[in-house]
Write a protein that binds this ligand. Structure first.
Ligand code: AMP
Length: 200
């Protein structure tokens, strides 16, 4: 894997462990020479992941919509910062640049991004590994609900199995790498299936 998009909170969360683990993930990506792709902001866990990558000589690319760039401070020291017009364009661009996806703890924005990519994976639009870094058991309730969706017949077990879950960044990245290597077809992303006029 050469690049991974990280979805995570624009807030820090109350506990110190969230910001520490976000920084560690950024550092681990740098160590493995995996470029970080993310929302481009410097606030909350987003800023910590980017700091972790950049302070450990890694590469970080931000994708930020123009309207957000005006409202908030984009991370200044990024390797690259792309400006786009819309939120949908931003999500498509982030995924089009990435070999895999990781969700850290976050709010609506993070869950929106995670569920969109799971849906695209289910529809075989996206073929990369999708990981959840379950820091401090943050995602336990959500994972229980996903199992409920299987029990009640709204989700196939095979689709739930697409989700790779771990509470440690190193372990998560190893599992995602193994999935990436096992993807025999390794199909390129056909961006026209979810948005028009996106440049790769
Ligand atoms: P949230 O989980 O609601 O804090 O939203 C964070 C996620 O949504 C990130 O992964 C971003 O891609 C996107 N996002 C939401 N709000 C912002 C913001 N103010 N600045 C940058 N990205 C944001």
């Amino acid at each position: 894997m050469q690049s991974i998009v990280v979805y995570c909170g624009a807030n820090f969360g109350h506990k110190q462990i969230y910001r520490e683990s976000a920084y560690e993930l950024g550092a681990e990506l740098a160590k493995k020479n995996i470029r970080l792709i993310y929302g481009g902001g410097n606030m909350g866990l987003m800023g910590r992941v980017a700091d972790g990558a950049l302070e450990n000589n890694g590469l970080a690319t931000g994708i930020i919509p123009n309207f957000l760039a005006k409202l908030e401070v984009a991370q200044k020291t990024l390797t690259e910062l792309h400006f786009v017009d819309t939120m949908h364009e931003r999500k498509a661009k982030m995924v089009s640049l990435s070999d895999g996806v990781i969700a850290l703890p976050g709010g609506f924005g993070t869950l929106d991004e995670l569920f969109e990519i799971l849906t695209w994976s289910q529809l075989k639009i996206f073929h990369g590994p999708i990981g959840v870094l379950n820091i401090n058991g943050f995602y336990d309730h959500l994972l229980a609900h996903l199992n409920k969706m299987v029990e009640e017949g709204f989700l196939h077990q095979a689709q739930l199995d697409l989700l790779i879950v771990s509470d440690r960044a190193t372990d998560l990245l190893e599992k995602m790498q193994a999935y990436h290597e096992s993807e025999k077809e390794n199909k390129p992303l056909d961006t026209s299936l979810f948005v028009k006029n996106i440049e790769k």
